[in-house]
Design a protein around this ligand. Sequence first.
Ligand SMILES: *Cc1c(COP(=O)(O)O)cnc(C)c1O
Length: 410
Amino acid sequence: MALVNDHFLKLPNNYLFADIAKKVNAFKAMHPKVNVISLGIGDVTQPLAPAVIEAIHKAADEMATSQGFRGYGPEQGYDFLREAILKNDFLPRGIHLDKDEVFINDGAKSDTGNIQELVRWDNSIGVTDPIYPVYIDSNVMIGRAGWKGDDGRWSNVMYMPCNAENGFVPQIPDRRVDIIYLCYPNNPTGTVISKEELRKWVNYALHNDTLIFYDAAYQAYIKDDEIPHSIYEIRGARKCAIEFHSYSKTAGFTGVRCGYTIVPKDVTAATLTGERIPLNPLWYRRQCTKFNGTSYISQRAAEAIYTPEGKQQIRATIDYYMQNASRMLQTLRQLGFECYGGENAPYIWAKTPETSSSWKFFEEMLYGAHVVCTPGVGFGPAGEGYVRFTAFGSHEKTDEALDRIRQWLK
Ligand SMILES: *Cc1c(COP(=O)(O)O)cnc(C)c1O
């Protein structure tokens, strides 16, 4: 008899976006003629950049020849891409990393979920609340999160609430915790962290011997020069932080699949006897066993976004989305919503009217305006009373959705 990993049974079996789809489908079944606009799911909509398409075609043609054919690639990724990353994403910010500290992945979700394999099951973890659900769920699956209480919190997870009261800046914990997940610019709130605040986290981590998992999936959306794009802009971070990047939101790669993880050679974790073990070779070992690399074609596609044309083209798409964000911010604020984010991230986090829970407001807007948002409570208990709007739609759909919301509230 095979015994199931019963930690999986502790997970709520409903996935947030499946719940939303169910409610939207129920609405559509009753109102077959109404077209619903989604400002809900965090997927991009605009086509790939021409430079990326060209690189994909070229790589496919190479694969069609016996000289150009590539089979398994290096588990850590091809040198051409790792070198382009160092040269473009880090050196201009004064960050000197070694090529062996870059691990190409098939998107940041896999690595943000898998990285916790490197540490024992009985470490304590801390997360900002609300949060990208992968961080907690991946810890639940191996038994590190404990049990889910009636308040929606897991017993072994320390929650650092981010809300309007603290300006969405999480308080530095008053006790030590082994591992902390941070995501900036933040999904779902769209808020950012200043260098000064991030420095406090790095100092906390160095002082308390805490490991930071830093998700920088939205760094390409930062407009403000003062906001850090990488935690390694902070001195000392390479001793305590692992960082995740993704081309999904940067360059529309949600279907192409490519990103990278930085595991600095100076990051260590302890054995029970106190010996310090560098995590970089462990992650390499793990990848060689469980991961056979990202496709050559995807890696060539990613390389193309670092060419002058590629850079300009992906910038244009990001600007396009950010125009949506500023129209949304402006309209929602005019309509009296208290809104956050949307300036250095493609998400707007809006406070629901006084009497509405996240889900109640979601349903009211679906039935009243035929517009879909994401209930904030789906991202954690501190998300109750908020909803998330995404800027990833077309200008036309976004404008129409805003018009409908305006009409509905009249
Ligand atoms: C979209 C997203 C990612 C990236 O996912 P991919 O697997 O690279 O597509 C990672 N972290 C957060 C917070 C995200 O929202």
